[in-house]
Design a protein. Structure first.
Length: 330
């Protein structure tokens, strides 16, 4: 495993072009650029200066597991984990704007966990203006022990799978099923055709604190507690005996939205729209409800916790969610 840090140059002068800031506003573009650090051998050999148009099939990344990484085509469920973290940097006298009373400004750090060693030089050789410094990377082979305590940080996609929705009709309420057959024809544990519910935003009652819902939901996603709902809202279920960890402290740092713009294919045989007389790129808007969580946890099952830390937690991992950052407490 490899852990990388990329310092993004977001700029602090609104009168100047700030490509790094604009890049971070499109999570699909961030995901796409990070995947460019994993070109296949043919692409890396045939197009060393990275002049050819981007093709998804030329960039493959390995699934993140605690076992031997298996190379496979990049998809929304396989590949690297990353998270964009804001950091604060002091102004130098030279950098400060005239009349600006503020002494610090925000920068952004992208943390990347990958099963393969990334080639950041290849990924950013034609986009060096996005970064404020050379990327850093190191081997990451964590060893966890039962009873160890860690401070953690994670960005979660606040979503849930629902199998039915309430439908109001005059004089009565009915429920409409949202389940559809699994596209790959998978079976559940009892050998029955597996179906999929519809993914929807995680919600909570307007009169309650969001933490009351997000806390048990996060434990459910991490395999710490059993699933439970009360009146349609997530509630605190029973602790699982062989859980990977126990939460000792939990804090909701920030709620927000993550947005991306995925180009629509122009034709059956073309991946991206091609320039022409009526050239106009059209996009599908990606929108995710995010929650930045921090706290303290205690490892219960070291093997299960290792799998969780390397594979990530929750959905939308391809778009900056699920990376669990840890700092051992002495």
């Amino acid at each position: 495993m490899y852990l990388s840090r990329l310092l993004v140059d977001v700029g602090h002068d609104p009168d100047k072009h700030r490509p790094g800031r604009n890049w971070l506003r499109d999570i699909y573009a961030v995901h796409q650029r990070l995947c460019m650090a994993f070109p296949d051998k043919k692409r890396e050999t045939d197009d060393a200066p990275f002049l050819a148009p981007h093709r998804t099939d030329d960039f493959r990344v390995a699934r993140l597991t605690s076992n031997t990484a298996v190379r496979e085509q990049r998809s929304s469920t396989a590949g690297l984990l990353f998270r964009i973290d804001p950091i604060m940097t002091q102004f130098s006298e030279h950098d400060r704007l005239d009349g600006d009373e503020q002494h610090e400004y925000a920068r952004a750090m992208i943390l990347v966990l990958s099963a393969q060693q990334p080639n950041w030089e290849y990924a950013f050789q034609n986009s060096r203006m996005l970064l404020a410094a050379q990327p850093e990377q190191k081997r990451y082979e964590p060893e966890f022990k039962q009873g160890e305590r860690y401070r953690f940080r994670i960005l979660m996609n606040l979503s849930q799978k629902i199998s039915q929705r309430k439908r109001k009709t005059p004089g009565k309420e009915t429920y409409e099923s949202l389940r559809t057959p699994h596209p790959e024809g998978k079976l559940d544990k009892k050998g029955r055709p597996k179906s999929q519910g519809k993914r929807a935003l995680l919600t909570w009652h307007k009169d309650t604190n969001p933490v009351q819902t997000i806390h048990p939901w996060f434990e459910m996603k991490a395999g710490v507690r059993a699933q439970k709902r009360v009146d349609g809202y997530v509630a605190e279920g029973a602790l699982i005996a062989n859980r990977p960890f126990t939460l000792e402290e939990f804090a909701l740092v920030k709620l927000g939205w993550v947005v991306g713009y995925k180009p629509k294919p122009k034709g059956k045989n073309s991946e991206l729209p091609q320039p022409g007389p009526n050239y106009k790129v059209q996009h599908d808007t990606l929108r995710f409800r995010s929650a930045l969580l921090e706290g303290v946890l205690r490892v219960e099952d070291a093997a299960a916790f290792t799998r969780l830390a390397l594979a990530g937690i929750g959905s939308a991992k391809a778009f900056g969610f699920g990376l669990l950052s840890l700092a051992r407490m002495r």
